[in-house]
Design a binder for this molecule. Structure first.
Ligand code: GMT
Length: 375
């Protein structure tokens, strides 16, 4: 198949899922065309069967807000025609599904180019619910030729909030279990834990919904009993406040803020625990990446997280904001070796048996075929 993929190319789970999906599809023989405003961070455009088409948004003094959505629609239509694409797949409803809808209409006299919208979470739970975007989000989901959601919980929320009639297929997030794999010897851990400390890791875009300040508060509590260090990976609006809080709580020297990183699997597999204290998470890709590396997650019981983490089996789930509860779980994993081994093994098993690329990519392939075949 010839597929056009659009996503946010910056750091964030939806862009990562879209990019990894494109790479896996290309490896399986499909021709993939990324249509985005910048090269997606995990994409090497030199990869065989991968094409990258940049969306240029020209400005004009009259435009207070350059119309990216329109430039994207034009580029999608152009690429779909020139390369005879079979389907457009957009990740994150806003504004990508609206652009795809326009592109489909622009081409309709010549050929049918259906589009699939994948819902990732905040496009529904935060941005889409905002009054200024509610109507257009609902409309573009309804008009999509296919809609997928990365968890059952998000599917349910979308149906509840937007009263969608269109079918929504759940295709869970996935992880490449060859790339994200355990390293039992944790080669290189001394670079981050030079005195034999245990390592806790957090990865996110540091937006308020991720509750990174909870990471700091929980870690301060962990430090009272365990000689540990915290790796904070990523960047965003709450990085400054988190650094300040670490300083205030007297643990700054035990916390490394690494900023945005590539090849995060090399960092994740050094850690003993991955902490994800999010307020909302439609799936929680970072936790899954940790699980694939055999790093047990301590997360929150929200959204689609329980579809990935089974509490007390392959990780722990606690209430949002429960600093003591989360800290007790992390401490137990850092101090009880048999518990850690059991959970680490179970976490890896969950990733490989339920969420490995080999299991999930074929669900997208079948869904594309189904959507293309629909008249
Ligand atoms: O979490 C974010 O703010 C970023 C967002 C995105 O668009 O990248 O993440 C969402 O999509 C990820 C990939 O499907 C999911 O794993 C995250 O759970 C989801 N985030 C939320 O629902 C808050």
């Amino acid at each position: 198949m010839k597929i056009g993929i659009t996503c946010y190319p910056t750091y964030g789970g939806s862009g990562i899922v879209a990019t990894e999906l494109g790479l896996e599809l290309a490896a399986r023989g499909h021709e993939i065309h990324f249509i985005t405003y910048a090269n997606p961070i995990r994409l090497d455009p030199g990869t065989h069967r991968i094409h990258y088409h940049e969306v240029e948004v020209s400005n004009y003094p009259l435009f207070q807000y350059p119309p990216y959505c329109l430039a994207l629609a034009s580029r999608m239509a152009e690429v779909a025609e020139v390369y005879q694409l079979d389907l457009l797949h957009v990740h994150y409803a806003i504004p990508h599904s609206v652009s795809a809808l326009l592109a489909r209409d622009m081409l309709s006299a010549k050929r049918r180019v259906p589009f699939v919208t994948t819902l990732h979470g905040t496009d529904i739970t935060l941005v889409g619910m905002d009054r200024s975007y509610y109507g257009i989000t609902q409309y573009s989901i309804e008009k999509s030729d296919g809609v997928t959601s990365i968890s059952e919980d998000l599917r349910r929320q979308t149906l509840d909030v937007f009263k969608i009639q269109n079918e929504i297929r759940v295709i869970h997030n996935f992880v490449n279990c060859d790339v994200y794999a355990p390293d039992i010897d944790r080669h290189g851990i001394e670079d981050y834990a030079p005195n034999g400390e245990k390592l806790v890791i957090h990865l996110s875009n540091f937006r308020p919904v991720k509750r990174v300040l909870d990471c700091i508060r929980v870690f301060a509590d962990v430090r009272k009993d365990v000689n540990a260090r915290l790796l904070m990976v990523g960047d965003g609006p709450d990085r400054g406040p988190a650094e300040h809080l670490a300083h205030q709580l007297g643990i700054k020297e035990h916390v490394d803020f690494l900023g945005k990183q590539n090849n995060v699997e090399r960092l994740i597999r050094l850690a003993h625990v991955i902490h994800m204290p999010s307020e909302m998470e439609s799936f929680g890709l970072a936790a899954l990446e940790g699980m694939a590396c055999g790093v047990p997650p301590v997360g929150t019981r929200v959204g689609g997280v329980p579809e990935c983490i089974t509490d007390q089996v392959d990780g722990f789930l606690e209430a949002v904001g429960d600093i003591r509860g989360q800290s007790e779980r992390i401490k137990s994993l850092l101090t009880d070796e048999s518990l850690h081994l059991r959970m680490s093994t179970a976490a890896r098993k969950t990733a490989t048996t339920r969420f490995c690329t080999t299991k999930i990519i074929q669900q997208y392939e079948r869904y594309y075929e189904e959507v293309i075949a629909r008249k």
